[in-house]
Design a binder for this molecule. Sequence first.
Ligand SMILES: [Zn+2]
Length: 267
Amino acid sequence: MSDQQDRATIGVIGGTGFYSFFDSGSEEVVVDTPFGAPSAPISVGTVDGVQVAFVPRHGRNHEYAPHTVPYRATMWALRSLGVRRVFAPCAVGSLTTDIGPGTLVIPDQLVDRTSGRTHTFFDTSAVHVSFADPYCPQLRSAAHSAAPDSIDGGTMVVIEGPRFSTRAESQWFARQGWTLVNMTGHPEAVLARELKMCYAAVALVTDTDAGVSEGEGVSEAEVYAVFEKSLEMLKGVLTRSVVAADAIADCDCAQGGHDVDALIASV
Ligand SMILES: [Zn+2]
């Protein structure tokens, strides 16, 4: 692992349309990992006195589709720079007419409907992390305090993509009581947990999903347009979230049986 373990304590993973975070004064760090290169060089900078590492999830030019994002390398790279807390903004579809485009949601649960993605660092030892509550309560609280209008809680179902859901799939998700649909929230969240990093998703609703939409269903253009319109608001929320997170007490996310340092030494 990198010898730069004091570069940042908080990480931000930019989602669709969110490719840079710092206005100025950041430094680019190229990190190699046992799992290859992260989705982009990591930008390290200061936000109100807090050292932050930023990486665009899909690459700088959106070259990685949701199913080809190098999740393990990106999470490993963040931790190797010292990151222990991660905010993960992402674009989501809403599964209910109560939550419209432009709304921010801080989900408290996820459902994994992906397939074929590598979702663990532990291929050769029996490590079963607790994932009952996939998101850090402290980071969720920091994000919600940074965006008082956001919805506190909700279940995000993560689909494989890259296609959007069919109307029937979407209606099925909604009938389960699930709130949001997304393509990247897993395995990112569980890989963070395996590396004992706190993690919270900050979900920006860009559309209503096919099952609840009265129109033709979701279009890519619709997603990008809402994200672009909301980007400055989202950056403000993330800035305040980082500052709030820096001031909060420790939580239990880093507890658990396995030894991350031993893992790091073993790969
Ligand atoms: Zn935590």
